[in-house]
Design a protein around this ligand. Structure first.
Ligand code: FES
Ligand SMILES: [Fe+2]
Length: 405
């Protein structure tokens, strides 16, 4: 390895002899005990769409941990370590009851917080039930999603609220979705095979909206994005925002404001209907493990819309959904998935050449690294609240207009 890193690039730019490159492990490793993994575990993370959590146990993988999610027949959701504490078979084959989940092998029964309620093969159904506890994580349903807190119990914050998802009218509702739809634009892929950071970088990158989504491929979102924006980045209490201004044909000055919220949350304005002012959705770029991620979205929609996110199955290009396109069509019309998967399972950050247009990404990564250090030193990262009164996050994202003189 040392030998390889000592190799020198030859002066004409030949690929021969280039140094070995590697990812920024500090930002891309998310398993238990890793610096970024510990940061992520200080925030509630969505692990499933609430409607999908039923009395049928399911595996979920998040932050490099395999877990079992289910809802007991009293309606309480549970997230448990899958290997039964008795002799280690999986609770995937367990039977869900009113009280919890019973292991298929010898019937040990656990409630949604891992308490053992019964050991049917032991005298009196188990004499020491109170010392038996199946490892578990706290979960809470909100905004159509099931959120889990996987961090140190004494540091559990209040599950946050987002102002744009509150004060729901009688004709509206919030729907939760999980899947890699934010990359592909359709519902074909549950988990994308690359790092959460690729999508996280994408959020504070207004310039790719102009190139990738508008001028390189043809228009994937709104026509107006095919104008190079004038961009400002600014920090907020919870993260980073950008303002991308363009002058429209009708003379109005259009300002698209998008938000990134620590550590892996985004709120983007409606990318198709730019007359919809405030953003109506919050999305998490959710690390499944170091080299896989998925997305969770909570979206405010009118009740009468059949499916708020993908009424027609997703975005179409030349009449086709992403998963219907050939390799050649993906080459001709690449989108977020192609650009981000193209960076590899985990990008090689040591060979990046960040430029002025990457300022938002530089700001994001700087905040992440500051907060990783803070957590490692025992502090509380920004955006976690222990007081419900302080748990409301204000979102400024939207499509805004200034009348032009
Ligand atoms: S292995 Fe689960 S009850 Fe025995
Ligand atoms: Fe994009």
């Amino acid at each position: 390895m040392a030998e390889a890193t000592e190799r020198r690039r030859v002066p004409d730019g030949s690929a021969y002899g280039r140094p070995e490159q590697h990812p920024d492990y500090e930002l891309t490793q998310v398993g238990p005990g890793t610096p970024c993994g510990e940061l992520m575990r200080r925030y509630w993370q969505p692990v499933a769409a609430s409607s999908q959590v039923t009395s049928r146990p399911q595996y979920v993988r998040i932050l490099g941990e395999d877990l079992i999610v289910f809802r007991d027949k009293s309606g309480r959701p549970g997230l448990l370590y899958p290997r039964c504490m008795h002799r280690g078979t999986t609770l995937f084959y367990g039977k869900v009851t009113e009280e919890g989940i019973a292991c298929c092998y010898h019937g040990w029964l656990f409630d949604v917080e891992g308490r053992c309620l019964n050991q049917p093969c032991e005298p009196e159904g188990g004499r020491n039930l109170d010392v038996a506890r199946q490892p578990w994580y706290p979960v809470e349903d909100r905004y159509g999603l099931l959120f889990a807190y996987m961090g140190p119990p004494e540091k559990k914050p209040v599950l946050p609220r987002f102002d744009i998802l509150e004060n729901i009218g009688p004709d509206e509702e919030i729907r939760g979705y999980l899947g890699a739809f934010g990359a592909t634009g359709d519902t074909s892929m549950a988990v994308a095979p690359y790092s959460w950071l690729h999508m996280n970088d994408n959020v504070m990158d207004p310039f790719h909206v102009y190139v990738l989504h508008s001028t390189f491929t043809g228009v994937q979102f709104a026509n107006q994005f095919a104008v190079m924006p004038k961009v400002d980045f600014f920090t907020t209490d919870e993260g980073v925002c950008y303002s991308a201004k363009r002058v429209l044909d009708d003379g109005r000055e259009y300002d698209r404001i998008s938000s990134w919220i620590m550590p892996n949350i985004m709120s983007v304005p409606n990318p198709i209907d730019i007359n919809q002012e405030r953003s109506n959705m919050i999305t998490w770029s959710l690390p499944v493990d170091d080299s896989h991620f998925t997305m969770a979205t909570a979206m405010r929609v009118p009740r009468n819309v059949p499916d708020g996110l993908f009424a027609s199955g997703g975005f179409r290009f030349n009449g086709k959904l992403w998963h219907e396109m050939s390799i050649e069509e993906h080459q001709d019309t690449p989108g977020d998935y192609e650009a981000q998967a193209g960076q590899g399972p985990i990008s090689l950050h040591t060979e990046e050449h960040l430029a002025g247009s990457d300022r938002g990404i530089i700001m994001q990564r700087r905040i992440l690294k500051q907060q990783i250090k803070l957590v490692a030193e025992g502090g509380d990262p920004i955006g976690v609240a222990y007081d419900p009164v302080k748990s409301m996050v204000k979102i400024c994202s939207g499509n805004y207009y200034v009348a032009h003189a």
